[in-house]
Design a protein around this ligand. Structure first.
Ligand SMILES: [Zn+2]
Length: 301
């Protein structure tokens, strides 16, 4: 028994090593999380983009932050399969996830939750190509052909895509991050793409439309799916522990802001005094202020 266990762990290490090696070949930041499912998280905080290979073609999730990343992604897909990208699903509307649709569509059909196109048009920067091209010769090359591509399909509440042997369930998440957020659930593979309801050990830039109670409800919903692997909008692949961490963070934040507000402190005073030392090692500490704004709005309701 001991011997078998030992052999199994050796095998596990070898397999992990092999998958790391293979992902390494795709370039730094690529992870093979299951057979045919790859994520690209360039570092701890840069936008994650992913692809899933099916018998009928590739499904991409988000179009990567910089067009350079998108070109790396396109090259990685080509190394893995000669099938075309059929669908590109957005997990949110913000440009760090959506501005590089042009690299993949056409031929890909872009799919988002209802309201996504309007959100993207609001954020559209007509100088984007010019600004990026001025930064480096590589970027100038990568941004060639840039144009804004809004989603060709917007779904409401829920959508199921059956492509080849795989099923993708798109679930609209209300008020968690952008104008239109989507979680993507692969029930057979038990892989969940969780949008930016959570990231990995990072203060999230909570816009005024975000409601922390809705964010907490989204964690409950996503945990109830019982995923094995969770991929968030930013950061490397993880598990449902990420929802527990953020639940802990927001619960503590709401408690502290609530206590201070009930002592009669103003939002400005709370922002000056409140600290979250338990989370001192999270990225983007300068976003504590917008997190307090969102918490204050919730406790004052
Ligand atoms: Zn975002």
């Amino acid at each position: 028994m001991k011997f078998r266990l030992c052999m199994l762990s050796v095998l596990a290490v070898l397999m992990l090593g092999a998958s790391a090696l293979f992902a390494q070949e795709l370039g730094p930041g690529f992870h093979k999380i299951k057979e045919g499912i790859y994520t690209f998280a360039p570092d701890a905080t840069t936008t994650t983009c992913s692809f899933v290979v099916t018998q009928e073609g590739v499904v991409m999730i988000d179009s990567c932050n910089s067009p350079l990343d998108s070109r790396r992604m396109a090259a990685a897909i080509k190394k893995v399969t000669d099938k075309p990208v059929v669908f590109l699903i957005d997990t949110e509307t913000h440009s760090d996830h959506t501005a590089n649709h042009f690299v993949f569509s056409p031929p890909a059909t872009v799919i988002s939750a209802e309201g996504a196109g309007a959100g993207m048009r609001k954020e559209y920067d007509p100088k984007r190509a010019e600004t990026l091209a001025a930064k480096s010769p590589e970027l100038r090359e990568a941004v060639q052909g840039y144009k804004m591509i809004a989603p060709q399909i917007e779904y409401k509440d829920k959508m199921t895509i059956n492509l080849g042997e795989r099923t993708f369930e798109l679930i609209y998440l209300k008020n968690v991050h952008s104008e239109a957020d989507t979680a993507i659930w692969l029930p057979k593979e038990r892989v969940l793409f969780a949008a930016s309801a959570a990231n990995v050990r990072r203060f999230i830039n909570l816009r005024p439309s975000v409601a922390i109670p809705d964010v907490l409800a989204s964690y409950k919903l996503m945990k109830s799916l019982n995923p094995e692997i969770v991929v968030t909008g930013h950061g490397p692949p993880t598990t449902t522990k990420v929802f527990d961490e953020y639940e802990g963070f927001y619960t503590l934040l709401l408690k502290r802001v609530g206590d201070m507000a009930s002592q009669g402190k103003s939002l400005d005073e709370i922002k000056k005094e409140l600290k979250m030392p338990e989370y001192a090692d999270w990225h983007d500490q300068d976003r504590l202020g917008v997190n307090i704004d969102a918490a204050y709005k919730s406790v004052k309701k």
